[in-house]
Design a protein around this ligand. Structure first.
Ligand code: PLP
Length: 392
């Protein structure tokens, strides 16, 4: 790449805009949980400025004093258009969507629609830790279907889990993480169709958490679960939250396939009514006008993914890392380092770098850490330097 082109690319990269001193001014979880000598590459927040179209939309709302209750269908309309443009999918019907306060509350509402207290919810471990916590909070039971050795969905394990979940003829749900957190695996259309088939045969209802859908790297294409054959009675949760770093401006959509229209009609008023109007404005602006910003972000994340691979190969070759095609999360298998079940503690205590402990991600998480790539390349270089020092 010519020097001019590469500096233009750097100028656009949202991951290169903020200094560490600016980031330390932030008051959200990522930069506040640990003391200042710790480099925090853990919780899924991104070290980026707010995308300009989003900042404009919420600034204008604040200037209008437009901070009341939310109304209208602008958010699902913006998502339906985004889905058409990005994923070539026009099956998102605005009338089969419900506003929910955020993705995890939407997951709970979806599980309440298709299961009863005490019923089973199948998850592919290792998986996003709140899946365990929110399912328990909703009074449902987790049944684990471990990912295969290649970190992809293991259909045999899924069938076993479905059988166990449906024992006695009870209703059961499958909480699919697509793309998968923490591995960054992007499920293919064939894999999702196979999932829909197995779920149908076992009478298990699928709830797909697709929060990371906009964050797909290197030209790969996300496949919405509801777009695959056999997924008609599925439910999905989508949001602009991960793609544009809007966790502080909460808002998500619960989306039903055609055969689940009756279910979504039962979403209680109090679930949708708790959604933040400013959040809805922010998410709508991101999906409608934030495409260029997202593209620049994805280029930066792709560079970071390659940078991390190269750095690990050079400085910590015992760590196994299979870069996923999606999310900004890197799942690192540290078992060969001999640091025990919780290497994150060693990296924190000896290296002063905060990563997520794999233990929280369920069976298969021991000996692993999750690293958040959504930061400046310099901070990834520094994190790997610190990790290498911790095990030297
Ligand atoms: C798979 C997954 N689902 C849900 C969430 C949280 O979404 P929300 O803050 O909208 O509840 C995250 C956050 O990182 C996530 O990775």
């Amino acid at each position: 790449m010519s020097g001019v082109l590469s500096s233009a690319r750097e100028a656009l990269n949202p991951l290169r805009q903020l200094t560490i001193d600016q980031l330390r001014q932030r008051t959200s979880l990522k930069w506040r949980e640990y003391p200042d000598d710790v480099l925090p590459l853990w919780v899924a927040e991104m070290d980026v400025p707010l995308a300009e179209p989003v900042a404009r939309a919420i600034t204008a709302a604040v200037a209008r004093g437009d901070t009341g209750y939310t109304a209208g269908t602008a958010y699902p309309q913006a998502l339906a258009e985004f889905a058409r443009r990005r994923w070539d999918w026009d099956g998102l019907a605005v009338e089969r969507t419900a506003l929910v306060p955020d993705v995890m509350h939407g997951v709970v509402e979806a599980l309440r629609l298709v299961t009863e207290p005490g019923d089973a919810v199948v998850v592919n471990c290792p998986v996003y830790p709140p899946f365990y916590e929110f399912v328990a909070h909703a009074g449902r039971r987790i049944v684990e279907a471990p990912l295969g050795g290649d970190l992809r969905i293991d259909l045999g394990a899924l069938e076993d889990a479905f059988r166990q979940a449906r024992a006695g003829g009870r209703p059961a749900a499958y909480l699919l993480c697509s793309p998968h957190n923490p591995t960054g695996v992007l499920h293919t259309a064939d894999e999702l169709a196979a999932v829909a088939d197995v779920a149908e045969r076992h009478g298990v209802r699928v709830v797909a958490d697709e929060i990371h859908a906009p964050v797909v790297l290197g030209g790969a294409r996300f496949v919405p679960y509801l777009s695959v054959p056999g997924a008609d009675n599925g439910l999905s949760l989508m949001s602009a939250s991960k793609g544009w770093n809007l966790a502080g401006l909460r808002g998500a959509l619960l989306i039903a396939g055609p055969a689940a229209a009756g279910d979504i009609a039962r979403v209680p008023f109090e679930a949708s009514a708790s959604t933040s109007h400013l959040g809805v404005i922010a998410h709508t602006a991101a999906l409608r006008d934030g495409g260029e910003w997202l593209d620049a972000l994805l280029v930066g994340l792709d560079d970071n993914r390659r940078l991390l691979s190269a750095l690990l190969a050079e400085h910590l070759p015992a760590i196994r890392y299979h870069p996923g095609q999606a999310t900004y999360l890197a799942w690192l298998d540290c078992r060969a380092l001999g640091l025990g079940d919780d290497p994150a503690t060693v990296f924190l205590d000896r290296g002063r770098v905060a990563l997520n402990s794999g233990l929280a991600f369920g069976t298969g998480g021991a000996g692993h850490v999750r690293l958040n790539l959504a930061t400046a390349p310099e901070l990834i270089i520094e994190a790997v330097r610190r990790m290498a020092t911790a095990v030297a």
